[in-house]
Design a protein around this ligand. Structure first.
Ligand SMILES: [Zn+2]
Ligand SMILES: [Zn+2]
Length: 386
């Protein structure tokens, strides 16, 4: 079994099956608008090799606690690029065949017999971490820290399809009208909000390393939450240009300029109060630490692919805090996302502007190529155009 699936081995098989979304107890046919459907179009990783294929697949089975959602839009995430290229992480983590994709917006078309709150016709997104509900953290209400988390589109079939079934508890209902494209990026927007809300930002100076889609969104959120100065770093000029439209004070190319220069330029005297490490690059955290004030706090979302050398004596003597950030808090981050978007037109505009490319799902390969080029913002696929 793949690495991330080893942890649930302690579970009883039947319970594990329900987490994995297998068909035990699930309904075989789906009733969509009165029609019985058994097949759908889906973008599938068929075998353990690079690439994906758009094929006919069986409709997902719906358990009694599940909700069937007609997918309208999906976002392409870095995770999906890893899965498509079949890198070492994907090889260790995934079992094929699998439908990837975890960032989506859609409409509820069918509910299981024990679904209480979610209703047919509602517009929804989904939390992509399916948790066990029984481990210590789950029972304490810290579900984002579940030790048996399974990822939608990683450990069980995901959203790159016409339909997806997920447990009701993972469905996020958009009670306020929302643009479908914006709804499709709630998952990465949630990463940005989770990071930005890790520490209080009111009146603080914030340093962000990495201006990919999540880094870009974190600029807009930090501004919304009351930061004083915000500096972002990257090495991609198009992304730095996007950052400038998100309300950043300085967007700095670390291939040309040192971060300490931005402190001088802004008239800062003591260093940044809060850092968001969004790049995972091994040179980002050391330079961030060099530019923090004593007592500085760092929220780390970027996943490093190699070990990082930092000055630990500085962490100790400057009393720094480093905090790992993964996913979204379930479901306080989701509540904060919806509330902030509802109350701020500026935030809504800025978060929407992170979507730079919209393509029909039939042109998924082109979408993946754009996302991989890393010179754009977010790429969204439209599943009503197949
Ligand atoms: Zn994602
Ligand atoms: Zn758990």
């Amino acid at each position: 079994m793949a690495e991330t699936q080893e942890k649930p081995a302690l579970l009883k098989p039947k319970f594990l099956q329900s987490l994995l979304g297998c068909c035990c107890g699930g309904q075989k046919l789906s009733h969509v608008n009165g029609d019985e459907r058994s097949m759908m179009r889906a973008l599938v990783k068929q075998k353990a090799a690079p690439g994906l294929e758009m094929v006919e697949r069986e409709m997902p089975p719906i358990g009694e606690n599940d909700v069937l959602i007609k997918v309208l839009r999906t976002g392409i995430c870095g995770t999906d690029l890893h899965i498509e290229s079949w890198d070492s992480w994907a090889q260790e983590t995934l079992k094929t065949p699998i439908i990837p994709g975890h960032e989506f917006f859609g409409e509820v078309v069918q509910i299981g017999s024990r679904v209480h709150e979610v209703e047919v016709g509602q517009q929804v997104s989904g939390e992509g971490h399916i948790v066990c509900g029984l481990c210590r953290n789950c029972r304490a209400g810290r579900r984002q820290m579940c030790i048996r988390t399974l990822g939608v589109g990683v450990n069980r079939d995901g959203a790159f399809a016409e339909y997806i079934a997920i447990p009701e508890s993972n469905v996020w209902v958009h009670h306020d009208a929302i643009d479908p494209d914006l709804g499709a990026i709630f998952d990465p927007f949630g990463n940005a909000v989770h990071t930005a809300m890790a520490f209080s930002l009111i009146g603080e100076d914030v340093l962000i390393s990495g201006a990919g889609p999540i880094g870009l969104m974190s600029i807009a959120v930090a501004r919304h939450l009351g930061a004083r100065y915000i500096v972002v770093t990257d090495i991609s000029e198009p992304r730095l240009e996007l950052a400038r439209s998100m309300g950043v004070d300085i967007a700095l190319n670390v291939q040309k300029t040192r971060i300490s220069e931005s402190q001088k330029q802004l008239g800062m005297r003591e260093g940044f109060d809060v850092g968001f490490e969004m790049s995972g690059h091994k040179t980002a955290l050391p330079e961030m630490i060099d530019n923090l004030n004593h007592g500085g706090r760092v929220a780390m979302l970027g996943l490093p692919t190699e070990s990082i050398d930092i000055d630990w004596s500085k962490v100790v003597t400057h009393m720094l805090t480093l905090k790992g950030i993964y996913g979204r808090e379930m479901y306080e981050t989701w509540t904060a996302m919806s509330s902030m978007l509802k109350s701020s037109e500026l935030l809504r505009e800025r978060i929407s502007s992170v979507i730079t490319d919209r393509l029909p799902a039939s042109k998924w390969q082109e979408g993946f190529n754009i996302a991989r080029a890393a010179s754009s913002g977010k790429v969204v696929l439209d599943w009503t155009q197949l």
